[in-house]
Design a binder for this molecule. Structure first.
Ligand code: ZN
Length: 133
């Protein structure tokens, strides 16, 4: 698989408004866009940094994956996303290696990206997202 760069780092927050204010006040980053991904019960806010972004994730439902993450671990880094050239090839390669995947097939992410998550049990506790844009 060919990884191009770190596409974004996903940070679980209770509120994009409050989390985003900190990123702006402390780091001078600016919110570019907010997008809701209904299937994932999440609202995302993107703060671009050259080729990468910080992605703030706020749950839209009390039973959503981000709400559960915050309940278990508190706010903080939730996943790291790598931009790949071809996500279908990447998933095929990982399956051949016997790596456990959360998504067997790519699904739709924010910004029209095709994304898939690798199971954190195979990546030392780090939730890794692959994305193709
Ligand atoms: Zn992400």
């Amino acid at each position: 698989m060919k990884i191009r760069h770190i596409d974004h780092i996903g940070i679980a927050v209770k509120s994009i408004e409050e989390g985003g204010k900190s990123l702006t006040d402390i780091l001078g980053l600016k919110l570019q866009k907010i997008e809701t991904v209904a299937e994932q019960k999440v609202k995302t806010g993107f703060f671009p940094i050259t080729d990468s972004e910080l992605e703030l994730l706020e749950s839209t439902q009390p039973d959503g994956p981000i709400a559960k993450f915050i309940e278990a671990k508190g706010e903080g880094v939730q996943h790291i996303a790598f931009r790949v050239e071809n996500i279908d090839d990447a998933l095929r390669e990982l399956k051949e290696k016997g790596i456990r995947l959360i998504d067997q097939e790519p699904r739709k992410g924010a910004g029209g990206a095709r994304i898939a998550f690798i199971h954190p049990k195979d990546t030392h506790g780090v939730l890794v997202e692959l994305c193709e844009k």
